[in-house]
Design a protein around this ligand. Structure first.
Ligand SMILES: [Zn+2]
Ligand SMILES: [Zn+2]
Length: 159
C-alpha cells in the first residue's frame, strides 16, 4: 500500500520529522527556533503530507522542504504567509527598484515558492529585476526564497 506519512513542521517552516500523531518523535516546539509545530493544515485540518511509503518502503529520509500550500484547501501554510510578508517588507526597504519593479517581483514570489505553470516566467522576470536590487535587499531576499524554493528554482535564480 502506498501512503503519505504525516509531517510535523514548525510554524516557521522547519521540518521536524515525518511522524504519526502517536509517535514519541513528535515535538510540540521546534528545536531550531522555538516555534510551535503543526501536523495539520490550520484551515481545513488535513494532515501535512510527509514522506511517501511505497510498498512499505520509505522513499526518502526526511521531507526535503516544507510544502508551501495545503494540498486539500490550497491555503498557504503559516511559514509561507510569513515568508511572503517578509519578502514584501524587504522590497519596501529597497531603494534601487522602482515601485513598479517591486510589484512585478511581488507577483512573481508565489510562483517561485511553489511549482506552477508560471514558475519559469517568474524565475526569468525576477532574475532580471533582482540584479537591480540593492545588495542588502538582494541577500536577504535570497535567504528568504532559498529557504522554501525548489532546487531547480534556486539554481536558476542564484547560480
Ligand atoms: Zn522552527
Ligand atoms: Zn488545508
Amino acid at each position: 500500500m502506498n501512503y503519505y506519512e504525516t509531517a510535523q513542521i514548525c510554524k516557521n517552516g522547519h521540518v521536524i520529522d515525518a511522524v504519526n500523531e502517536l509517535s514519541d518523535l513528535a515535538k510540540s516546539f521546534c528545536p531550531k527556533c522555538g516555534q510551535g509545530t503543526i501536523i495539520k493544515c490550520e484551515q481545513c485540518d488535513s494532515p501535512i503530507q510527509g514522506r511517501i511509503h511505497i510498498d512499505s518502503v520509505i522513499t526518502s529520509n526526511k521531507l526535503e522542504r516544507s510544502p508551501a500550500y495545503c494540498y486539500n484547501c490550497g491555503k498557504p501554510f503559516p511559514w509561507t504567509v510569513s515568508n511572503l510578508a517578509s519578502i514584501n517588507e524587504l522590497l519596501d526597504l529597497d531603494d534601487k527598484l522602482s515601485d513598479k519593479e517591486k510589484d512585478v517581483i511581488r507577483e512573481c514570489v508565489p510562483d517561485l515558492l511553489a511549482e506552477t505553470p508560471r514558475t519559469q516566467v517568474a524565475v526569468v522576470k525576477s532574475k532580471i529585476l533582482m540584479k537591480k536590487m540593492g545588495e542588502d535587499t538582494f541577500n536577504a531576499v535570497k535567504v528568504s526564497i532559498s529557504g522554501f524554493a525548489s532546487e531547480v528554482v534556486k539554481k536558476a535564480l542564484f547560480n
